[in-house]
Design a protein around this ligand. Structure first.
Ligand SMILES: [Zn+2]
Length: 319
């Protein structure tokens, strides 16, 4: 993996997850709790990216409380554990993945194809886990320090779920990446005719303390909304403060990098609103990349500027 200069301090301590290896499901780092009572099957995933620690902290927190669903089924999964095991606080950006991005391999072509990267092999192990879920919460964090946001996917059912969870305050509705399909868009989650539904939450900067609180609050709200958590437990763990009203950004363009010489015109961090259509955001080789309309919102500009990957997504506030 390419080395990136570190812009942000590591304020979080990665949890020791070694003891979660055998969850009794036959798949390493996957645990299942069945209440025996009717209710949805909820899957919560962490470490889809090995350097995104807040989700692992939230799951570790849930395990330590011995949380059990009051209804339905709860499955907890640490995904790219191999990458996480390579986490090094002195080079914390380097453990996002081993061979390739785990969150770009969730298409039938990749899962059933010939490739056998660390990430494809782990995804194949997790396919039955993902397919068994009615509701998925996938916990992530971001390269830059910007407010937390939920990625609802392109479908109305995803937007609806984001509104029902009502936290964090920003919802980004998007189609994903040309680089490959995400887990949150896999199979029935990406099918408007199917009831299964998924959210991906970006809890803040990868190593900022705040991301831990956002991950836990999202998790509590998600379990509460699914109806599988005991209401007294929910009450005990929900912050008293009401969440801020939500806004929704609809992503219209994903800028996919074409040349090895992509560069941004400024040090964008995300959620900047560029007032004028036609403003130059950067250049891909010699070709300028411009805003397609007024009041264009930049979503998660990347520092990993490699051909085939997404440099930034562009959207506008619709709510
Ligand atoms: Zn991520």
């Amino acid at each position: 993996m390419n080395k990136l200069p570190q812009l942000y301090p590591v304020e979080l301590t990665p949890p020791d997850i070694a003891s979660y290896r055998d969850g009794g499901t036959g798949i390493d780092y996957v645990h299942r709790f069945d209440s025996g009572a009717p209710g949805p099957h909820v899957l919560v995933t962490a470490l889809v990216h090995g350097n995104e620690i807040c989700g692992a902290i939230a799951l570790d927190w849930l395990f330590k409380q011995k949380f059990r669903p009051a209804r339905g089924v709860l499955t907890l999964a640490f995904c790219n554990v191999v990458a996480f095991q390579h986490f090094d606080a002195s080079a914390p950006g380097d453990s996002r993945y081993m061979d390739e991005d785990f969150n770009r391999v969730w298409s039938p072509e990749r899962l059933n194809g010939k490739g056998a990267t660390v990430e494809v092999r782990r995804a194949r192990e997790l396919v039955p886990v993902v397919e068994a879920a009615d509701l998925l919460l996938d916990i992530h964090s971001m390269q830059h320090k910007t407010p937390a946001l939920t990625i609802s996917g392109p479908l109305e059912k995803g937007r609806r779920l984001a509104r029902e969870i009502a936290f964090p305050a920003l919802v980004v509705s998007d189609e994903g990446h040309a680089g490959g399909r995400r887990m949150r868009d896999y199979g029935p989650f990406g099918d408007p005719a199917k009831p299964q539904n998924a959210l991906l939450v970006e809890c803040g900067q990868h190593w900022e303390k705040m991301s831990e609180a956002v991950a836990k609050e999202t998790l509590v709200r998600f379990l509460a909304h699914a109806g599988i958590a005991d209401s007294a437990w929910v009450k005990r763990h929900l912050p008293k403060k009401k969440p801020a009203p939500q806004r929704l950004v609809e992503v219209t363009h994903a800028i996919t990098i074409k040349t090895p010489e992509f560069r941004f015109a400024a040090d964008y961090r995300g959620l900047e609103v560029i007032p004028k259509r036609g403003s130059v955001l950067g250049h891909d080789g010699t070709e300028p990349v411009t805003t397609p309309y007024d009041d264009c919102v930049l979503i998660m500009p990347s520092r990993r500027l490699q051909p085939g990957q997404t440099a930034v997504r562009l959207g506008r506030y619709v709510e």
